[in-house]
Write a protein that binds this ligand. Structure first.
Ligand code: ACO
Length: 427
């Protein structure tokens, strides 16, 4: 089979190399197209553009496949834990016990925040959205660790940055949460394990002990969110990181991209939508009709995905985990019935069927977070904690690539042609 694609353009035939991935995915390499023809490609929203080659995550949206470094997400969720997954994504292999212990120790060595950082957090109004706070404070870390401003970073620097952000972002999130509920901060105890430590920092009070079932449920959610190849926030991380911006600014940009309601912010919106349906009391059909109405900007939150067109394998696992954890905690949440009914109704409706719109990772995750005691405005922060290892693995892979180029898309200009400047008095 030919490994070149032929393109006929302006009476000329141009040959473009075909790139084949390890799962037989194919791409046409158009890098030389402009030099050869003067043409660029146009792809609003990057519907069909590969922005990089990557060894980290494989995703097949048609078949509902998701694998981290070759391992199926179903096996990961069943058998692994979040720190191990962070190691796997970043270092390309499952760690042995010694490697995992060392990684955990490294994370544990960043179990405090600089005093200046806690002072910054203390200045935010307690009604600030925690995503804005977590993003701003993550960026502020650059002021306290100027050693990360140098380029290039060494391998040791990169490994340290990964451990440091895994440790400190969760402390920032929990510290701010406690402020919002008028509680003193509670220090990190990394020996509890990643998820338990976070829950303990969030909810500690006299007599509080982390329920291991709750910690396990959170750990699974974090693993399921850990990477998702070149999604919006990860692409933002790669784009910012390609300019050799520092790691804290780069991850802060990823957090901001995730915040949007079409991306990670959807998990908060799903719960708010379910509550609105509950409050409305007239059933979910009205909301389905709203979502279908092209004159209404309302969308069924937690439904649809750019890449998954049959089902989101993470949503399948989360839906099951949701049943399990609510049963274990003996919680009857009417929102779960509403979510189930909404899903059932939408999946019978030709609007959603024809457009391949299925529940995504965000549809049921909020109901679990709610059951774990996480406030609604912190849901997207939970996504940040989960996605951090993926962002850093993608950043690391990119920065270790000796052929790295700054990301700089082209455009097709559709504005005014050349015209004479007029002085303000003549306008
Ligand atoms: N509710 C109603 N209609 C929808 C929805 C939805 N949730 N999602 C897509 N559609 C419709 C669109 O209106 C469009 O219809 P049309 O062809 O008649 O114009 C069609 O389905 C295709 O939608 P696009 O927006 O073109 O699909 P795209 O791939 O660009 O968007 C996205 C994907 C952003 C996830 C979209 O499905 C959406 O807005 N979903 C709701 C928000 C959400 O849950 N986001 C989380 C995604 S997962 C994640 O990022 C972690």
């Amino acid at each position: 089979m030919s490994d070149m694609a032929k393109l006929e353009l302006d009476g000329k035939t141009i040959e473009l190399p075909i790139i084949t991935g390890t799962e037989n995915e194919k791409a046409i390499d158009i890098r030389a197209l402009r030099a050869q023809t003067g043409y660029v490609t146009l792809d609003n929203g990057f519907m069909n553009t590969g922005s990089c080659e990557s060894k980290i995550t494989f995703l097949n949206g048609e078949k509902g496949i998701l694998r981290y470094r070759g391992y199926p997400i179903e096996q990961i969720a069943e058998q692994s834990n979040f720190v191990e997954v962070a190691y796997l994504l970043n270092f390309g292999k499952l760690p042995n016990q010694k490697e995992l212990d060392f990684f955990n120790e490294k994370i544990a060595s960043f179990a405090t925040l600089p005093e200046g950082i806690t002072k910054i957090i203390d200045q935010f109004p307690t009604n600030s959205h925690p995503m804005g706070v977590v993003s701003a404070v993550t960026s502020s870390l650059s002021a306290f660790y100027p050693e990360f401003l140098k380029t290039p970073l060494t391998d040791v620097d990169r490994e340290r940055a990964i451990a440091q952000l895994l440790a400190q972002v969760k402390i920032i999130a929990a510290y701010f949460y406690r402020r919002t509920v008028g509680k003193n901060p509670h220090r990190s105890h990394p020996s509890l394990g990643y998820a338990s430590d976070f829950l303990n920092m969030m909810f500690y009070e006299e007599g509080y002990e982390v329920d291991p079932e709750v910690a396990k449920a959170l750990d699974v959610l974090l693993m399921l969110h850990a990477d998702h190849e070149q999604n919006c926030s990860t692409s933002a991380v790669r784009l910012i990181g390609s300019s050799q911006a520092n790691i804290f600014a780069t991850i802060s940009g990823g957090i901001d991209a995730l915040w949007g309601q079409l991306h990670g912010g959807a998990n908060q919106r799903v719960l708010e939508m379910l509550e609105a349906i509950q409050e409305d009391g007239r059933g979910y059909k009205k909301f389905i009709e709203k979502a279908k109405d092209k004159n209404d900007s309302f969308r069924l939150m937690g439904f649809g995905h750019r890449v998954y067109k049959n089902f989101d394998p993470r949503a399948k696992i989360i839906k099951k985990a949701c049943d399990t954890i609510l049963e274990r905690l003996n919680i009857q949440d009417p929102l779960l019935d509403i979510a189930r009914g909404l899903e059932e109704e939408a999946r019978k409706d030709s609007y959603f069927v024809d457009r391949n719109l299925y529940p995504n990772v965000d549809f049921y995750s909020g109901i679990i977070y709610k059951a774990l005691g996480i406030p609604t405005n912190m849901f997207t922060v939970m996504f940040v904690l989960g996605r951090l290892p993926g962002w850093m693995a993608q950043w690391k892979e990119m920065r270790e690539d000796p052929t790295l180029k700054i990301s700089r898309p082209r455009q097709i200009y559709t504005g005014e042609n050349l015209r004479e400047f007029t002085n303000i008095a003549d306008r």
